[in-house]
Design a protein around this ligand. Structure first.
Ligand SMILES: [Zn+2]
Length: 364
């Protein structure tokens, strides 16, 4: 296989106060916009977003997001957008709102603006939506042909959100380079089913070095609701660099292990990025990285406030049997763990998780 594909949003806007310009950015995309958000997000930024659409002379309507990205919610939003004749759908808030807008616009064939109010994962720039059942359980991933026309992320809004979400975004982005590197070395394919590009490799590496250079300072600033150049750097790493890197660079063991951790009830309180962090350390153990290397990553994770033991993601004293069930699921045929450049068996994953826990406890 020789085809290489790189895909991305058409535009990305980041900075303090950029939420006040979203209407102007939407103007070239059409004349009518449907704004989708839950009430909490609308209370937080609704006035400013609406004012920016008024200033830009773009007609708009707000619709409340009902909390879960399900097939019925997607259909409901798509129907409202179609009835209104929306040229642009604006998903404002967290991943579930943006994913609903992403999926709904496929039905109505309009433009999509992704407006994350947190920097907790790398999903806002992607073409992927995670669909849940009515009961709130994971149902499936959809990879769409199109990306958002625009991603708008206001760093002052992000810095005032809970720091734990920002830390989680660092955890998600910390995995990107290791996974893209593994996928590249093994000749695996990306979410697009094609070979990764060198551009995606370089972007993934830059996500990693940016986090290492600015992570600690950025977390300290966000704890005080402050926006500094380090916060700008880490928001870009968490959102743009990691988003481009994971999609066009490829996933590997870290996200596969995350996926099965989500199936364990005990981890439900842990965020995406927190579980990915455990997955990343487990990947490094699987890959046979040396003590100094693993300790360095573990110590960085701890410095920025990410979990490094199983107990910290809710798995108090997990038995070998329980870890083995998770490990078997992580090694299912369709999981990206097989993008590692060697064969991974369930026993390897179980033992890697046990080792992660031991390293985490030792370095506490
Ligand atoms: Zn992720």
């Amino acid at each position: 296989m020789t085809t290489q594909v790189f895909r991305s949003p058409a535009g990305y806007v980041q900075g303090r106060g950029v939420i006040d310009d979203v209407g102007g950015h939407a103007d070239p995309l059409g004349e009518t916009a449907l704004l989708l958000s839950d009430d909490v997000v609308f209370d937080l930024v609704g006035d400013r977003v609406q004012a920016s659409f008024e200033d830009a002379g773009v007609d708009f309507r707000h619709e409340e997001f009902r909390g879960e990205c399900t097939d019925s919610e997607i259909e409901r939003v798509a129907d409202i957008a179609a009835e209104y004749g929306a040229d642009v759908l604006v998903g404002m808030g967290g991943g579930k709102t943006i994913d609903t807008a992403r999926a709904a616009r496929e039905h109505v064939d309009c433009a999509l603006i992704s407006l994350p109010t947190i920097a907790s994962t790398d999903a806002p720039t992607s073409s992927v939506a995670v669909i849940y059942t009515e009961a709130g359980e994971f149902l499936e991933f959809h990879v769409y042909e199109r990306h958002p026309e625009l991603v708008v992320i206001d760093t002052a809004v992000v810095a005032n959100a809970p720091t734990r979400l920002f830390r989680g975004g660092i955890g998600d982005a910390l995995a990107t380079w290791f996974e893209a590197d593994a996928a590249y070395r093994s000749g695996a394919t990306t979410l697009f089913g094609t070979r990764p590009t060198r551009a995606a490799q370089a972007i993934s590496k830059l996500a990693y070095t940016t986090l290492r250079d600015h992570g600690q300072q950025a977390v300290e600033a966000v704890e005080r609701g402050a926006v500094t150049e380090s916060v700008e750097a880490v928001v870009e790493a968490n959102t743009l660099l990691s988003g481009l890197g994971f999609e066009s660079g490829g996933l590997a063991a870290a996200h596969a292990i995350h996926n099965v951790l989500t199936q364990l009830e005990a981890t439900h309180e842990a965020t995406h990025g927190e579980k990915v962090t455990i997955g990343t350390i487990a990947q490094l153990v699987l890959e046979g990285r040396d003590d100094a290397f693993v300790d360095d990553i573990v110590s960085f994770a701890r410095t920025v406030g990410l979990p490094t033991t199983l107990a910290e993601i809710g798995l108090e004293e997990p038995t070998d049997d329980r870890l083995m069930i998770a490990a078997e699921a992580a090694c299912a045929d369709e999981e990206t763990i097989h993008n590692e450049p060697f064969t991974v068996r369930p026993a390897d994953v179980r033992d890697a998780l046990a080792s992660v826990d031991a390293i985490g406890h030792r370095t506490r």
